[in-house]
Design a protein around this ligand. Structure first.
Ligand SMILES: [Mn+2]
Length: 317
């Protein structure tokens, strides 16, 4: 790891142009890790990286520090290839949150990720699937290289960790908590950061509450299944974490599935588990993720069919 981090900063030092991106429809870890790394590079190496994304950034992340430093990919000048492309938190090449030409044409590609990923795109891979968030890896790299940072960077890394650990609920080792302890000593205010993300449009919150209220329960599989149809989908802000959280509070429910009809033949699936790993179910649907939080996007199938496939998979599980 140390050797790879050394090479990483060597590559950054020698690059005149750098692009950084996370996954499509960035969540707090993806967005904040990109912004934090971009700022660290600018502060310590004097190059201002181009930070870019694809899809939508949820409204509840509107208030993150340096939010304006990330550009929608269509606004990135790609006429000249970047010396360095850094891909963060992406999990699977189809999820890369930027234009593929940036990655394909870059002089060198580096990835930093905490997803289990067999299909890597980086020529240098700083991957650690025991890290609770990509923000954990970025923090550790920053410390290893003794980089200068500031309160914006500290807050961004804290937001990355809070998002992916569900405010520490999903921490499987002490690293994110030890890092947060250091960040709090540095001046991070955890309550303030969590409050800053409680900032969704009313329709979005009400849609999530309604979706949870209308969920189906399959108690013999300890499964709750909720659905958002296409006409409601546009009001969803983010992935539907609130639906998953609400259903996960119900007695006798260990597995929560949220189906989202993003288009008539494109269904997003989010799966959470309070118990056994469920990433193999996401993989069977062509997706992936973590042991207890995984998902997939299924193209060319209807909501009804995907619902049936999910139920079949849980029967076999
Ligand atoms: Mn992540």
């Amino acid at each position: 790891m140390e050797q790879k981090v050394k090479e990483f900063f060597e590559r950054v030092r020698n690059a005149k142009s750098v692009a950084i991106m996370g996954h499509k429809n960035p969540d707090g870890d993806s967005l904040c890790s990109v912004l934090a790394l971009g700022e660290l590079i600018e502060k310590n190496f004097g190059v201002r990286p181009v930070c870019t994304y694809d899809g939508n950034i949820p409204d509840n992340l509107d208030g993150v520090p340096l939010r304006t430093h990330i550009k929608y990919f269509e606004r990135v000048d790609m006429t000249r290839p970047f010396d360095l492309a850094i891909v963060l938190d992406y999990g699977n090449p189809v999820h890369i949150g930027g234009p593929r030409p940036i990655v394909d044409n870059a002089g060198f590609v580096i990835e930093i990720d905490h997803h289990k990923n067999e299909n890597t795109v980086g020529e240098l891979c700083i991957n650690d699937d025991t890290a609770a968030a990509t923000g954990v890896i970025v923090y550790e790299m920053m410390k290893m290289a003794n980089l200068q940072y500031d309160i914006n960077i500290a807050n961004l890394l804290a937001l990355a960790i809070l998002t992916d650990t569900g405010n520490f609920k999903f921490a499987r080792n002490g690293r994110p908590i030890r890092i947060m302890a250091d960040l709090v000593d540095y001046g991070v205010n955890i309550r303030g950061l969590i409050e800053s993300m409680n900032n969704k449009p009313r329709k979005a919150v009400q849609l999530e509450a309604k979706t949870a209220a209308n969920a189906e329960f399959f108690y013999h599989h300890r499964l709750a299944l909720a659905t958002i149809c296409k006409k409601d989908y546009k009001h969803l802000d983010g992935r539907g974490e609130l639906v998953l959280n609400l259903l996960g509070q119900i007695q006798g429910v260990d597995y929560i599935v949220l189906l989202k009809e993003q288009k008539l033949d494109q269904i997003g699936v989010s799966i959470r588990s309070r118990n056994k790993p469920i990433n193999q179910i996401a993989e069977a649907l062509g997706g992936g993720g973590h042991d207890r939080a995984a998902g997939a996007v299924i193209h060319g199938d209807t909501l009804e069919n995907v619902r049936a496939r999910v139920l079949e998979l849980f029967k076999g599980a």
